[in-house]
Design a protein around this ligand. Sequence first.
Ligand code: SF4
Length: 303
Amino acid sequence: MVTTPAAAALLANHPAVRTRIPYDKHGAESGIAGMVSLIGRLRNANYDAAYFAQGSIRSAAIGFAARIGRRVGFDTSAGRLLYTERIAHRKDEHHAVRLWRLAAGNSAALTADAMRPQLFPGASEREKVDRLLRDVPRDGAKLLALAPGSIWGTKRWPHFPALASRLAPLYRLITVGGAGDAPLAQEIASAAGVERIVDATGKLSLLESAELLRRCAALVTNDSAPLHLASAMGTPTVAIFGPTVPAFGFGPLAPRRAIAEVMTLNCRPCSSHGPQTCPLGHFKCMKDLDAQQVLDQVLALTA
Ligand code: SF4
């Protein structure tokens, strides 16, 4: 697997991945020298085939220059002219299905289990999470995770604090996300009471976060990375969609899941990622999704 450095760490312990090749194209390996170095590593490894989940011209050119004979990618990718085989990228499929077809071909049988991503936290991830939870009172309350962040402004549901204040009597809440999500976690702690919250934002790697989510009764998340970590760990998930929709192909795949969204807005979806601010100014896709609705979905999922 050729991945970003962060994704390489996420794939640690994965039994299906023999070699992880981190490629820091925006950092230490940016530019032509980094590309040439990666091409050399791939060429020396003598791979028979490459599957391009990431469809840039740069990735395709690296595979071509590395003399990988069979190069398989999506027919909509920017680098498609450099592939030897092109697989249909169907808009109406979940992205996991698209990736399955990319690797296994159109005729391969697809099961729900095969579709769901998998991650394998190891001993170090378990120890890190043990340490994080060591001082949490053992009062019998189950853990429930909240992921209030997203790099896209309109994907951030503004009612997490209101939801947290209602969930706090029922669960031990844990806020998850990156260091940049700490202010959101503080707002949630202020609403729910700091003694009912464990703030894990900025404290865990992606794989450690997956281990933490494995231990939670459920996750409430925006359309962002924790949604997919929970899918991989089988954690029941309430996924909140505003400017985007699950039909884009990135909805939750956990066995128990629910979608929270406002169904009556004609402006949804308004962008493939979610703009930083609402182009119409009212931001109803998120503001009109009230905390009680999401609470009801959490309770139904964890009953
Ligand atoms: S235009 Fe509609 S979907 Fe887009 S951010 Fe605004 S309310 Fe949400």
